[in-house]
Design a protein around this ligand. Structure first.
Ligand code: COA
Length: 145
């Protein structure tokens, strides 16, 4: 997972994750595995009672455009639904992927201060080109929405 994430970090699309941070948060992750090994990962990080972030979403370069990213995203959205979390979000440069999967673009400042203050600490602030995307889940388990 670390190798996969590190390659995506080089391309500037995901935030670096230290190995100890991955161990500490390993329960946040879903992975895609096939006969060649680990081909994708994603994390659901709970920020607040009603808000969670989609983090560290990466699919191996050789496996892209086959729906694996969508499956991984669906897994974390489903977990958020099961936990009755009302909204999931991501900060991303690949908003077309998220739009295709039911997210919508919002102004970053619409996200709670807790999220936004992390942006203010970033060296790219305020010129960052990441887009905030959200998916509203109504805080209900699947089938109740
Ligand atoms: C974004 C990512 C996870 C998508 O994984 P995937 O398995 O290819 O996703 P899917 O097959 O479910 O969907 C592919 C669709 O997503 C969209 N998409 C994916 N990457 C895109 C990009 N860089 N720019 C625009 N659209 C993109 C396209 O609509 C694409 O459909 P197409 O192949 O018909 O054009 C993968 O491209 C990746 O790992 N990128 C590098 C890391 C990254 O940017 N992660 C997101 C961090 S928020």
């Amino acid at each position: 997972m670390k190798e996969l994430l590190d390659r995506a970090v080089t391309n500037g699309n995901v935030l670096p994750r230290e190995l100890n941070e991955l161990y500490e948060n390993v329960r946040d992750f879903y992975v895609y595995v096939d006969e060649r090994g680990l081909g994708g990962c994603v994390a659901l990080h709970i920020d607040m009672i009603d808000l969670a972030e989609v983090r560290s979403l990466v699919v191996h370069e050789d496996l892209r455009a086959q729906g694996i990213g969508a499956q991984l995203l669906d897994a974390v959205v489903q977990e958020a639904r099961n936990l009755e979390i009302g909204r999931v979000y991501a900060l991303t440069r690949v908003e077309p992927f998220f739009l295709r999967n039911g997210f919508r673009i919002v102004d970053k400042q619409e996200l709670p201060y807790k999220v936004y203050k992390d942006c203010m600490r970033c060296h790219l602030f305020p010129g960052c080109d990441e887009v905030a995307v959200v998916k509203d889940l109504n805080g209900k388990a699947e089938g109740n929405t």
